[in-house]
Design a protein around this ligand. Structure first.
Ligand code: NAI
Length: 684
């Protein structure tokens, strides 16, 4: 064997074996993962050009990084694309490489172990054979849609050619990552083998160059020109359930691309580059790229400190504590969950079974292992060995303080005490502790399994090391941690509450809930505020609203003052809406522009500007450490329209002056709750 490093290549190394197979090792210098940057594309293109002159027997592409193949294109490079022309030139570089690879006269094989996304998958698709390891770390996908574009290095036409349109469009439209097994099932890969055999399998394909079987006739028929418009209409309907074309144009462009061009691969490839170049420069794509980096920022929050937790003890096995305990067990931690009520514990364990099955599906061993890790612990015998104790008992200062006093002498000296309180100031809880610095807030959102954000509340007394440990713990259990100041409502509830209160005020004024919710979903919220209030529970809304109303001087709408126990929202079958099969029964919102309540723009402005104004107040008060973290927290804590890039980004893109005028006119009409916060001056 001989190694011929190319003098100019920072990314690739060629190893030629005795069979004259060229093994192309992708190993970006000074990086933990391989990215298909423009430089890496250029270098590989140059290597292939030399191969065209002196052809090896075969080419095998592999990664030298541990447990990762190619993460995809370098998203940072997208952020400097100013216009369509630049974006098109960018895409065409990728196209040139993939076309060259596809046209190589010798067999080409890609060998996937670990993560393989976006441009990485497109590189594989341009090879003759794709071999993947069956390792659980192998994940393959085309997630471009999440960034507001679709595959742009030939992945659209080539994935459809390999898997057929239904399977290929499904992975591109959802952007989901497939396991090696799922990828093999839809024929995205040719073989799935144990990691120890992957090189032998790649070599075998390279030397034997077996013919690939054509797709079955019924799959090929779904690509026929007469059938495509019918299937495309169905796809559009499905997509419309989740994303409006004016907010998220990429899936619709992808469907059109397939419908119009799938009959001619060359044309489809050319058109793909043009469409992606158009999409890449839209406001939506820019904001989704921004959201990607905000997410990376949150992930990095927990990286500074190593916190090795062997055992987690949760006290309070109710809605939150029970779900936190089962989530930690799913994430591989040994967990004891304590509750003063054995009945509550029985329910906790039953609910955990459901969560384990939902997470691990038919993987019985994983379910059994998670069960083994989670122990009901009525007497609290797990307390003395826990590295972190998470308290999620009733929201009552005295009850919490009494508990802390009783557990502190039993806790390990260096264990941290984390409270899931949603509204109590940490300073009201610490005075009963001998070591007040160990108390930190770990504010999970409901439902725990679905909500990605966890607020880490830094009290006045909280030891900074403890804050860092809590950030690390939240990151290690797969959540996005956000450090926030201990102040009423922290960040997320504080920003959300004025928006919900405005919605309830409008109901009190006689505006139908459907009109209010539609105004919010038209703006891009995943769910309207009225339905959200019903879902959270009106009693819970009321208690958080009461605390915030006092602290922030917010007027409380009448409906919340006079709640009936029978109408607490979804959980009682009725709140603002009546519920059937857990779904709200909504009337068609009226669009009569002459009706005073039905001015949708005003309804939307009232909702959005209350939220945005509160976000600027949090900015002014320094509730989080960096400006961008406000947008990150609101997007990942509330689902705030990601394509708008967050409330502060919305102000920037719409313009401070324009929104200030709207705010001023709302203040004139509805009063001081629309008074512009001084924080607006810090937004830009
Ligand atoms: P819950 O009422 O469902 O559960 C509380 C559990 O604590 C009950 O099972 C109760 O038996 C147990 N408990 C009470 N005192 C105890 C003690 N001294 N020792 C052991 N167990 C005790 O309450 P939920 O909704 O789970 O809330 C718990 C905490 O989480 C509260 O601080 C709440 O503010 C916070 N939170 C609640 C959210 C929600 O949506 N429900 C969201 C975020 C935070």
């Amino acid at each position: 064997m001989s190694n011929k490093p190319l003098p100019t290549s920072k990314n690739w190394e060629i190893e030629t074996d005795n069979n004259n197979i060229a093994w192309l090792h992708f190993d970006t210098a000074d990086a933990s993962a391989n990215l298909l940057t423009q430089a890496a594309i250029k270098e590989l293109d140059d290597i292939l050009k030399t191969f065209e002159k002196e052809l090896p027997k075969a080419i095998i592409i592999l990664s030298d990084k541990k447990d990762s193949f190619i993460f995809g294109a370098d998203i940072k490079e997208f952020t400097v694309l100013d216009n369509k022309e630049q974006a098109l030139a960018f895409m065409l570089n990728g196209h040139a490489l993939m076309n060259r690879l596809e046209a190589m006269p010798c067999p080409t094989v890609s060998m996937i172990h670990g993560l393989c996304f976006g441009g990485g998958t497109e590189l594989c698709l341009a090879c003759d054979y794709i071999i993947a390891s069956d390792h659980k770390k192998t994940k393959i996908g085309l997630p471009e849609i999440k960034l507001g574009i679709h595959p742009g290095y030939g992945g659209t036409a080539r994935s459809i050619e390999r898997c057929g349109p239904l399977a290929a469009m499904n992975i591109m439209l959802t952007g989901r990552a497939l396991t090696a097994r799922a990828a093999k099932k839809i024929k995205l890969t040719d073989e799935m083998v144990p990691l120890r055999q992957i090189k032998a399998a790649a070599e075998k394909s390279a030397l034997a160059a077996p013919k690939r079987k054509p797709l079955p006739l019924f799959i090929r028929l779904t690509n026929a020109s007469l059938v495509r418009p019918l299937i495309a209409a169905q796809m559009r309907k499905q997509v419309a359930l989740k994303a409006k074309p004016e907010h998220y144009p990429a899936p619709y462009s992808l469907i059109n691309l397939w419908k119009n061009e799938a009959g001619n691969k060359k044309k489809m490839l050319e058109q793909e580059a043009i469409t992606v170049a158009e999409l890449a420069t839209t406001e939506t794509a820019r904001n989704l790229v921004r959201v990607f980096f905000l997410q990376e920022n949150l992930k990095s929050q927990g990286k500074q400190t190593q916190f090795d937790v062997e055992h987690v003890h949760v006290i309070g096995g109710g809605i939150m504590g029970g779900d936190i305990a089962s989530w930690c067990a799913i994430q591989g931690y040994s967990v004891t969950v304590q509750d003063r009520s054995p009945e509550a514990l029985a329910k906790t364990i039953k609910r955990a079974q459901y969560s384990f099955k939902k997470k691990f599906k038919r993987d019985r061993r994983a379910i059994r292992d998670a069960n083994d890790r989670l122990m009901a612990d009525h007497r609290g015998s797990g307390l003395h060995r826990a590295d972190i104790v998470i308290e999620a008992i009733f929201e009552d200062v005295d009850v919490k303080r009494a508990l802390y006093e009783s557990i502190e002498p039993i806790m390990k000296a260096d264990a941290i005490l984390a409270t899931n309180t949603s509204s109590i100031k940490l300073e009201d809880l610490t005075s009963c502790l001998k070591n007040p610095g160990r108390l930190v807030g770990l504010h999970f959102f409901n439902p725990v399994a679905l909500m990605p954000l966890v607020e880490i509340i830094r009290g006045v007394d909280t030891n900074e090391k403890v804050v860092q440990q809590a950030l690390a713990f939240a990151k290690n259990i797969g959540k996005l941690p956000l450090a926030v100041k201990s102040s009423p409502g922290f960040l997320v509830n504080r920003i959300l509450m004025p928006y919900i209160l405005e919605a309830v005020t409008m109901v009190d004024e006689g505006i139908p809930p459907e009109v209010i919710d539609k105004a919010a979903t038209d703006y891009g919220m995943p769910m309207g505020p009225i339905e959200l209030a019903d879902t959270v529970g009106l009693d819970i809304c009321k208690s958080v609203a009461n605390i915030l109303a006092k602290a922030l001087d917010l007027p409380l709408p009448d409906t919340l003052k006079t709640l009936s126990d029978k109408k607490l929202g979804k959980k009682t079958g009725e709140g603002f809406y009546k519920y059937k099969n857990n779904k709200p029964m909504k009337n068609q919102p009226m669009e009569n522009k002459n009706a005073t309540y039905a001015n949708p723009q005003e309804v939307q402005d009232r909702l959005v500007l209350r939220l945005v104004n509160e976000a600027t107040a949090c900015l002014r008060e320094g509730i989080v450490d960096e400006k961008d973290l406000i947008d990150a927290g609101v997007i990942f804590g509330t689902g705030f329209a990601p394509f708008r890039g967050g409330p502060l980004e919305y102000i920037r893109s719409t313009g401070v002056d324009k929104l200030s005028k709207t705010l001023a006119s709302l203040e004139t009409k509805f009063g001081s709750r629309f008074e512009k916060d001084e924080g607006w001056s810090q937004v830009e």
